[in-house]
Design a protein around this ligand. Structure first.
Ligand code: PLP
Length: 384
């Protein structure tokens, strides 16, 4: 039976197993997905993916590179992923203008794994991480999984974050790690570099700027602050603008010393030879892959205009998704959209998010289907 609420899942039964006390009664993180155990919805706009699949020529290049790597699968992969990290450094340098070398870039299976390694290395028992909510809900979960305490401060009512609020929170909690997300998920709002700069200056601990959606934003990257702040780390992913979510490749830029510390907690050979090969091919095709960004932003802007024309609010966004609402009964709207074949994200149970839903830009036809469904749902809401 398809699940009718979002997010899916109930507390997992632990059946008398000697599970860690803090994991009892918890649910596994994850939005509904198509395929086994998920919802087979035609239009899936709920996990901020890039809707454009790789071109046939890129698929052919990926297959060839993975085929070559497959011939060497009796050996472990390059434990330090040096060729890939060097390509990532060159890519980040080309995007930000900041010269970076391989020793300043780290890579893992999605930026989630990078962030987990950050918590393992710099968090842990007796230390706290600080976030500004609403924000990416995996940050507190990664803290919890590594026995790092979590303290949350609120963003302003318009979901922005200013330097005074952020610095005061740092002074109050003395966190071992501060998480700043820009553009922020699920709000799409940007945190200005001045705020990052002020937080770094006020922090005795590490500062992690999560730039998973940076390629959709117009402002400069926090990478430009790395030379001024030795405890700053900037994480990125190939899952969003690069349209490579299935390959699982995230990365981080920081000082060489920080990267060396992350090497203390990584599993040996954590990045498979197949992942490394695929990611390098994608980086070699960066121009082609990133050419989808303009199309995604066009559909996002169209959503912004047409949702506003329905009389709803849209939070200003610099990402590939947006928050819309507020609704009196967001779960009903979510469900009614699902009935019309469109899956969005019900984030309304999150801190400060009562009434809001999140949707990411689709292809043009997907966006058309979403907008038609939303029009029908909101019209029938008003007339019922
Ligand atoms: C803000 C933010 N950071 C990190 C991630 C993790 O992405 P991945 O593990 O696919 O790199 C996401 C995914 O949605 C995200 O929204």
């Amino acid at each position: 039976m398809p699940t009718r609420t979002d997010p899916a899942g109930a507390a997992l039964p632990t059946a008398g197993l000697p599970v860690r006390d803090d994991l009892r009664g918890r649910t596994a993180y994850g939005a509904p997905q198509s395929g086994s155990g998920g919802i087979g919805t035609p239009v899936q706009l709920n996990v901020n993916e890039n809707p454009h699949p790789p071109s046939p020529s890129l698929v052919a290049d990926l297959a060839a590179a993975v085929g070559t790597a497959a011939a060497g699968l009796h050996r472990y992969p390059d434990r330090e992923a040096l060729a890939l990290r060097s390509d990532l450094a060159a890519y980040l340098t080309s995007r930000t203008g900041v010269p970076l070398d391989v020793a300043q870039v780290w890579a893992a299976n999605g930026s989630n794994e990078v962030l987990q390694q950050v918590c393992q290395a710099f968090g842990g028992p007796g230390r706290v991480a600080l976030g500004f909510e609403p924000s990416y809900s995996m940050h507190p979960l990664l803290a919890a999984g590594t026995n790092t305490g979590w303290v949350a401060e609120r963003r302003a009512d318009d979901f922005t974050l200013d330097a005074d609020t952020a610095v005061a929170a740092v002074r109050r909690h003395s966190p071992a790690v501060v998480f700043l997300t820009t553009p922020n998920n699920p709000t799409g709002t940007v945190t200005p570099l001045e705020v990052v700069d002020a937080v770094c200056a006020a922090s005795a601990g590490m500062v992690l700027v999560d730039e998973a959606y940076a390629e959709f934003a117009s402002g400069p990257s926090a990478v430009t602050l790395l030379d001024r702040h030795p405890r700053l780390m900037v994480s990125r992913t190939m899952s969003k603008a690069f349209a490579l979510a299935g390959a699982r490749l995230g990365y981080l830029a920081a000082s060489r010393e920080v990267v060396d510390v992350l090497r203390l907690v990584r599993l040996p050979y954590h990045l498979s030879a197949l992942t490394q090969a695929a990611a390098r091919v994608a980086l070699a095709h960066a121009d082609e892959l990133l050419s989808t960004v303009a199309a995604v932003k066009d559909q996002r802007d169209r959503m912004v205009r047409e949702i506003a024309a329905l009389g709803l609010q849209v939070v200003p966004t610099e990402s590939n998704f947006l928050l819309f609402g507020p609704f009196e009964r967001p779960a009903d709207v979510w469900s009614a959209l699902l009935d019309r074949g469109v899956l969005v994200r019900d984030v309304s149970s999150g801190p400060g998010l009562a009434g809001w839903l999140r949707v990411n830009a689709g292809t043009e036809p997907e966006t058309t289907t979403f907008l038609a469904a939303l029009t029908a749902v909101t019209t029938s809401e008003r007339t019922s």
